[in-house]
Design a protein around this ligand. Structure first.
Ligand code: GLC
Length: 714
């Protein structure tokens, strides 16, 4: 079906049919087993009579139910417009990969692309055509539960990894039945919710939006994403769902987005508690005028738009624009040619948990984990007897939030992973919050019989994810008690940490000899952890979100401004500078940080003339040597500090990185092309450009260390 045919189809549609296309309900209304009509769904009146004209559904599905629903729907839909099936495939569908914050620590766009590709193969086989992913909300507050869905605190990585996932989901041909249309979210600034409380108020200056928060959404759209989801939060007083500046001025006019805009769940009617809509009619009008084209899981459009369009005929054009985008999306997905998109139970069976998908998840998990500390206790000595203790010792609930159709029963636990690699291990599983005296005595006895201790600690899955905000991001007291007892027993202690966010680790760092941040590592988590602990894999993950010493430091992020009294410069001044009296100023573990089993030595930077211009980039390079005994992968990071600019600029900002693998004793020269474009920023006139002048260029292993040279734009 081409554009002309779509225009003709829109002309045939009644107003209610158009509004139906703009309404999304859950699969529960089509009696999908296990799909529950929760929350707003159960309160959606008179949907029953409209379900044959709604344009899309979301939620639980499988191949058989998709085929049944689509067949029934097409029998009832007057114009034979196929139904669209959407869901939240965020880090895998049935084969679950590490949570996105973990995946981002691979610093490897190919890992993100492959995760998305495998996700699409499985979810498309189960009947879906759209995923509400990638989430590219920039995050600086680990109290917010949804940091697990993000790619961290840096706009360059957020944009690159979001774009990579779009490419993995969509490939270059959405007509292929094993693709998913990507929906970027949550537009915009959702990660800056006040106090880290979900759905909370967001206030961001235009410069912060343009320089930090907006670039990643734009990068994901430039990769071809076909949908954008508006965020729940207000942005500078106006809810994103009704924010014409966001959805029209930025998205449509400045960025030229020609895809479909969808609300978040129930967000249209949430304009009423936000206090900008008196009732459903206001909510529908404001959302439609701002540019919401699909209303997710409320029926303000169905209830109010028929009458509103009678009173305001100019709104009819907004309906036609919205419906045209929705029908174009269905056409791009090939649904008018084949509403079933080749779905079959046989193909579903073949795709889900395919061995190659599990292998991809295992490799992604290995590259996502970050070794934060290692005082010569890892890799494990194969002759050592190991005591594995804690709430995650043999726990299959390590998939993390948004695991769609993932089944914990398919998950490899730490104990299983270690056993399968022949490690001599005795384990004791404990509760995650109540570890009583009896359990502690058992732990002490197990440690007495062992050479080395692995404590599998962390936060419960449900303490992370949507509405998983925590005021304090520490470990439960009983887990810390177990740690102290293990440390006092005089055997080396390794902590494997499970969480969807940076955790307060100062006390853990004090007691443990090694710390491996495993995040929520997914279906193959136990294998990946065993691969790293045994040395079968050399850990290469690098943090993409800072770990604070203390929750009270939040927000703490690497690319902060200097201030007029920078503590790291005023070393002689004891009091009157930007600092806390009671905790260190910097993060415990900084952005970009991570250890491995190799020892990488950085040489001197070669910056050629040190000069570049708008049309002549500068070549820089640095020799890196692996002085260790293990072949390893190093992420060589390039930062700049713009010392004098029109606005205060970050003390460091990532502009490039390169991953190299070096054998023991091998040296390689890592090269970068630095363009003026990479040194630019949005000025107070909100125009992006680079200024002539000096920049400090730093190349190092993380955002705190590295060699530096001065370069100049002439
Ligand atoms: C949720 C989330 C959003 C998700 C949507 C559909 O509330 O905010 O990220 O895609 O609803 O599940």
């Amino acid at each position: 079906m081409n554009t002309i045919q779509i225009e003709a189809l829109v002309k045939q549609m009644t107003r209610l049919e158009k509004i139906g296309q703009m309404t999304q309900i859950t699969t529960s209304f089509f009696n999908v087993d296990g799909a529950k009509a929760t929350g707003t769904a159960s309160r959606m009146k008179d949907v029953e009579q409209h379900k044959w004209i709604v344009g899309s559904v979301l939620g639980k599905l499988d191949a058989a139910s998709m085929l049944r629903i689509q067949r029934d729907y097409l029998q009832h839909n007057r114009l034979g417009i196929p139904l669209l099936f959407m869901t939240d495939v965020v880090h895998g569908y049935k084969t679950i990969f590490p949570v996105p914050l973990a995946l981002s620590c691979s610093w490897n766009p190919e890992v993100l692309r492959r995760t998305a590709r495998v996700s699409a193969l499985e979810a498309a086989a189960a009947g879906f055509q759209v995923t509400f992913s990638p989430m590219v909300d920039l995050v600086r507050d680990p109290r917010w539960g949804r940091v697990m869905e993000s790619f961290g605190e840096d706009r360059l990585l957020l944009g690159q990894f979001g774009a990579a996932m779009v490419e993995g989901y969509q490939t270059d041909d959405l007509q292929q039945p094993d693709t998913l249309a990507a929906c970027v979210k949550h537009f915009a600034g959702y990660g800056a919710a006040e106090g880290g409380k979900d759905y909370n108020t967001v206030d961001l200056s235009p410069l912060s939006l343009y320089n930090d928060y907006l670039p990643a959404y734009h990068a994901a759209l430039q990769a071809g994403a076909r949908l954008m989801m508006a965020a729940f939060n207000t942005l500078n007083g106006v809810p994103a769902t009704a924010n014409t500046w966001l959805l029209q001025d930025i998205l449509r006019k400045q960025w030229g987005f020609d895809g479909t805009v969808i609300s978040d769940w129930g967000a249209v009617k949430e304009l009423i508690p936000h206090g900008v809509a008196a009732g459903s009619e206001d909510a529908a009008r404001l959302s439609l005028q701002a540019g919401i084209e699909i209303e997710m899981m409320t029926t303000a459009y169905i209830e109010a738009l028929p009458e509103l369009c009678e009173q305001h005929p100019e709104l009819e054009q907004k309906l036609d624009e919205a419906v045209t985008h929705i029908l174009q999306l269905k056409q791009e997905l090939g649904l008018f040619d084949d509403p079933y998109r080749g779905v079959s139970e046989a193909r579903e069976q073949e795709m889900l948990l395919h061995p190659s998908h599990r292998q991809a998840a295992r490799e992604a998990a290995v590259q996502s984990m970050v070794l934060l500390k290692n005082q010569n206790v890892l890799p494990l000595n194969p002759d050592h007897k190991l005591a594995l203790i804690g709430p995650f010792a043999d726990n299959q609930h390590i998939l993390g939030p948004w695991s769609v159709d993932g089944d914990p029963n398919h998950t490899v636990t730490v104990l299983e992973g270690l056993n399968q690699q022949g490690v001599h291990v005795q384990s004791l599983s404990t509760d995650d919050t109540r570890i009583d005296e009896d359990a502690l005595h058992q732990a002490i006895e197990l440690i007495r019989q062992s050479d080395i201790v692995v404590l599998a600690l962390g936060e419960r899955e449900e303490w992370s994810g949507e509405a998983g905000s925590r005021a304090s991001i520490g470990l439960p007291p009983d887990q810390l008690k177990l740690l102290r007892i293990a440390a006092a027993a005089g055997k080396p202690v390794i902590v494997v940490m499970f969480a969807g966010r940076p955790i307060e680790l100062a006390e853990v760092a004090h007691h443990a000899d090694a710390i491996l941040m495993a995040w929520f590592p997914g279906t193959e988590g136990g294998h990946a952890i065993a691969d790293i602990l045994t040395g079968r894999s050399n850990p290469s993950g690098r943090l993409t979100m800072s770990f604070p010493y203390h929750s009270g430091q939040i927000p703490v992020h690497y690319n902060h401004l200097n201030t007029g009294r920078p503590a790291h410069l005023l070393t002689q001044e004891k009091r009157y500078k930007t600092q806390y009296l009671d905790v260190p100023n910097e993060s415990l573990y900084p952005f970009g940080y991570g250890l491995g089993y190799s020892e990488f030595v950085y040489g001197d930077i070669d910056a050629d003339t040190g000069e570049l211009s708008i049309d002549r980039p500068l070549q820089v390079s640095i020799p890196i040597t692996n002085n260790g005994d293990y072949t390893g992968c190093e992420t060589v990071q390039v930062y700049i500090h713009d010392r004098v600019a029109e606005i205060a600029r970050p003390v460091r900002e990532l502009i490039a990185y390169r991953q190299i693998e070096l054998k023991p004793g091998e040296t390689a020269r890592v090269e970068y092309t630095i363009s003026a474009e990479m040194l630019g920023y949005y000025h107070t006139d909100l125009q992006y450009r680079a200024d002539p002048g000096e920049f400090e260029l730093i190349i190092g292993p993380d955002s705190h260390r590295g060699a530096s040279v001065m370069i100049r734009i002439v």
